[in-house]
Design a protein around this ligand. Structure first.
Ligand code: KIV
Length: 270
């Protein structure tokens, strides 16, 4: 049974998120523009300007060709629309391959947008990059488990944490990110048992997507959860609204009325 929760009426900060671990589940959704970000304002604690925009907004097959310029453009729009959530800019593929690139691009994220943090995919191997950013006052959200930016090198989207050895690797990844100063970690596409062990192993919040109901928070891609993205639907996506159907019904009604010369009627005419 779901409960009625009040709207969020204060600016969400890194401290707010840190304090929520083990106290109250954290809600996060993606957003890519001001129009929708404005609707999400006050409804969730965090907004991720995800590189998933490359697929759901630009119609590309994967996230790999998203650019830093694109991420900055969309994050500026989201920050114009949403004032209360903690906004995270997702660093695109190739923008943090070296410490120098990561510092340069994440500095751009802070200077050219109002994002409060950046997100980086990768565990232990990426910890030195996370450390370089956090030591230079840039807040980092980690991302482990199924990592869409590794799609081609991994040969597909693969669910992680299926055996003890992989769970151990994931725990080490999470601990390395915590040690490097990440303020929270997204855990994507892992068995629930793995997500539970990772969440227990670190003192920073974990945000799950396809990781079961054991993490400190949840994140969903807005176009998936509201039924606008129709190319495919992962098992973990719960659809809270039938967006595509509603839009098509609205357009059909508009088309019918225009063709029948019913719209615009007098009420809509000067
Ligand atoms: O790009 C994105 O939307 C993401 C989420 C799936 C966590 O990384």
């Amino acid at each position: 049974m779901s409960i009625h929760t009040p709207k969020i009426d204060k600016k969400v900060t890194l401290t707010t998120i840190a304090k929520m671990k083990g106290v109250e589940p954290i809600t996060m959704v993606t957003a890519y523009d001001a129009l929708f970000a404005q609707l999400f304002d006050g409804e969730v604690e965090m907004i991720l300007v995800g590189d998933s925009l490359n697929m759901s907004f630009l119609g590309k097959e994967d996230t790999l060709s998203a650019t830093m310029d694109q991420m900055i453009y969309h994050t500026q729009a989201v920050c114009n629309g949403a004032k209360l959530p903690l906004v995270v800019l997702d660093m695109p593929f190739g923008s943090y391959s070296t410490i120098e690139d990561a510092l340069h691009n994440a500095t751009r994220a802070y200077q050219e947008t109002n994002a409060q943090a950046v997100k980086i995919e990768g565990g232990k191997a990426r910890a030195p990059i996370v450390k370089a950013l956090t030591q230079n006052s840039i807040a980092v959200l980690g991302h482990i488990g199924l990592m869409p930016q590794f799609l081609r090198s991994d040969g597909g989207y693969k669910i992680r944490g299926k055996d003890k050895a992989d769970i151990q690797i994931l725990i080490e990844d999470a601990k390395a990110l915590e040690e490097a100063g990440a303020f929270a970690i997204v855990i994507e596409g892992v068995k629930e048992e793995a997500a539970k062990a990772i969440t227990k192993a670190v003192s920073i919040p974990t945000i799950g997507i396809g990781a079961g109901n054991v993490t400190d928070g949840q994140v969903l891609v807005w176009s998936d959860m509201f039924g606008f993205f129709e190319a495919f639907k992962p098992k973990f996506v719960k659809q809270y609204f039938d967006g595509a159907k509603e839009i098509r019904q609205g357009l059909e009604a508009y088309r019918n009325e225009v063709k029948a010369r019913e719209f615009p009627s007098e009420a809509y005419t000067y």
